[in-house]
Design a protein around this ligand. Structure first.
Ligand code: OXD
Ligand code: MN
Length: 590
């Protein structure tokens, strides 16, 4: 009997790849991260010595640091983001495509020798809790200490990931080279067929924390399509009624439309018997279990939230979350070593240093914090963290909510008639652009399922995948559409938003359990008069409710024309069911 041939371990594959990258990029040293507390303390001290991080006032914000990115590198760059599938058709008309071989050759040429004199950090990380069938291992190789430290907040890093690798045996290869931050060399390139990502010449979160948008959404959605699950740009929350009934809700909103606030919502005094706890604020991986139940988990381990506008009225839990162990990027610095941003509690500081490093006073014409300035905070800091946040089995989802930022047209809330109609609502989502991505702020763009910048394959195939996925569900979740941002004739928001969104959520949950009335309208089921609990909402009259819920045919005809533009773009890969849904809506409105 011969000795069996030794099997190659997955770790050996990682080592071979690291050696290849080292041979090409020529760093002065290589440091493998183990994820320990002592290692983190050591790296933080190094980051301070090197000027990468500035320590904040450690009495007020223990474990907190400040970072300023290059002024040309402050948001995701969608026009530099590429899906490198074998054919352009597979990336689809909404993605930038590049030939995988050409792109790889171009980026490897840019990276050649680029890490000379620098340290290459090997960051093994997990997306998902250890032991979950959905959890993925990624290895990010980066020459940025800021990225290595931020990854330590946003994901479970180090030994835990290498241990899991022996089970998963596959891993995502993420290579990040800071280069000289020249925007002309900035590429965020995805190679779904090789489960690989290369990111160059940026140091901004969404472009370089490769576990987040790149792996969890772009590569994740591609893998989900292959393997029969969904990677979605959704928060996950747990809602408990005063009677103790639990509802798990997933919700998709475009970037910087309040997902973090909604995920951490504190109910108003009138609904104080309700309790919200957070599972995730940005990404949901969803699958069906053996009984046909939809389940979801948050693959991340931290929050990368937008700082401006975060205060004790909009999001008290986020305010508490960022009091320790947080890395702030591009907010303003106060003379006493604290941070500040527009929309923070209290009066602005008399003087500060703005996100560019310039002196700032309240009279300055510029904003002190960049509108897309961020906090990276460990998820365990959230006082309202749900106990299930790291359950390897995920949580059973009963409701899916879609929403955009729309000044007109869309009512506060309505419910789809069924799964296909709900997929149509998600597919036709539109929203005004925000500062989270480079582009024209305020312009309405179609953002199907809030996945426009994050779907790693043809959007028509993605929508077909949603429809096919629905067929596997035994008791599909109810699907809703909300709009917190409708404005009145005076240009002011009609709905107070924030904690008051609990009133809408209450109707959503009660609908899921068959406890609330719905009124049939051309758009879907709406709460009939009296069904939304508005008690204790000063000044919110029934006229105002009618205004925020109004269906205005002229607005809807315009909307349907805009939807047709998206549908035409997706061509013959758009499932015909969605054309029918649009036609049906048109005839219901006529
Ligand atoms: C984010 C985004 O950072 O969507 O979550 O841009
Ligand atoms: Mn997001």
């Amino acid at each position: 009997m011969g000795t069996p041939a030794p099997t190659r371990t997955a770790l050996a594959d990682v080592q071979t790849w690291v050696a290849e990258v080292v041979g090409r990029t020529l760093p002065a040293q290589v440091r493998w991260l183990d994820g320990s507390d002592t290692e983190r303390a050591d790296l933080l001290a190094q980051a301070v010595r090197e000027g990468v991080l500035i320590p904040l006032n450690q009495t007020r914000r223990p474990g907190c640091y400040y970072h300023r990115s290059h002024a040309n590198d402050v948001a995701r760059v969608e026009d530099r983001t590429f899906i490198c599938t074998t054919t352009a058709a597979d990336a689809g008309p909404t993605n930038h495509w590049a030939d995988p071989e050409e792109m790889r050759a171009r980026l490897l040429a840019l990276l050649a020798g680029s890490m000379a004199g620098r340290t290459l950090y090997v960051v093994p990380y997990l997306m998902g809790p250890p032991g979950s069938p959905r959890t993925m291992v990624g290895i990010e190789l980066t020459d940025s200490l800021y990225v290595a430290l931020s990854m330590g907040v946003m994901a479970r890093v180090g030994t835990v990931a290498l241990q899991e690798l022996e089970r998963t045996r596959t891993f995502n290869r993420g290579l990040h080279g800071t280069l000289d931050l020249d925007p002309a060399n900035r590429y965020i390139a995805h190679f779904p067929q090789d489960n690989a990502i290369i990111s160059t010449s940026s140091d901004y979160g969404g472009n370089v924390l490769l576990g987040k948008k790149c792996l969890s959404l772009r590569i994740g959605s591609w893998l989900g399509h292959q393997q029969g699950w969904l990677a979605e740009h959704m928060l996950i929350m747990k809602v408990e009624s005063p009677q103790g009934q639990v509802t798990y809700v997933a919700a998709a909103f475009p970037s910087a439309c309040g997902k973090t606030n909604f995920a951490m919502l504190i109910p108003p005094a009138h609904l104080a018997g309700w309790k919200i706890t957070t599972i995730g604020d940005d990404i949901a991986w969803m699958w069906t279990d053996a009984t046909g139940q939809l389940r979801a988990m948050n693959p991340e381990h931290g929050y990368f939230g937008v700082a401006p506008g975060t205060n004790t009225a909009s999001n008290p839990n986020a305010v508490a979350t960022v009091t320790r162990d947080t890395i702030f990027t591009n907010v303003a610095l106060t003379p006493d070593g604290d941070v500040w941003w527009e929309g923070m509690d209290g009066a602005p500081p008399a003087q500060a240093t703005d996100w560019r490093g310039n002196p700032w006073t309240p009279a300055s014409p510029e904003k002190a914090a960049h509108p897309n300035s961020r906090f990276a905070s460990p998820l365990i800091n959230n006082p309202a963290l749900a106990a299930e946040y790291d359950d390897p089995a995920g949580v059973p989802i009963s409701a899916i909510i879609f929403g955009g930022r729309r000044a007109t047209t869309f009512p506060l809330v309505f419910q789809s008639f069924n799964w296909i109609h709900g997929v149509y609502l998600g597919a036709t989502m539109g929203s005004e652009m925000t500062a989270a991505a480079a582009g024209t702020v305020g312009e309405v763009r179609r953002d199907p399922m809030a996945m426009l910048p994050f779907c790693g394959y043809h959007l028509g195939d993605y929508l077909a995948h949603w429809l096919a996925f629905g067929k596997k569900l035994v008791n599909p979740p109810r699907i809703f559409h909300v709009n917190w941002f409708r404005k009145g004739a005076d240009g002011k928001f009609l709905w107070p938003g924030f904690g008051e969104n609990m009133r809408v959520l209450q109707w959503v949950c009660e609908r899921c359990h068959g406890h609330a009335d719905g009124q049939e309208t051309p758009l879907g089921w709406m709460p009939p008069p009296g069904a939304l609990d508005l008690e204790g909402l000063p000044g919110f009259t029934s006229e105002r409710l009618a205004e925020v819920q109004a269906i205005r045919p002229e607005e809807w005809h315009r909307e349907l024309d805009l939807q047709a533009e998206l549908f035409a773009r997706l061509g013959d890969r758009l499932p015909k069911e969605l054309h029918y849904e649009r036609e049906l809506l048109k005839s219901r409105l006529d």
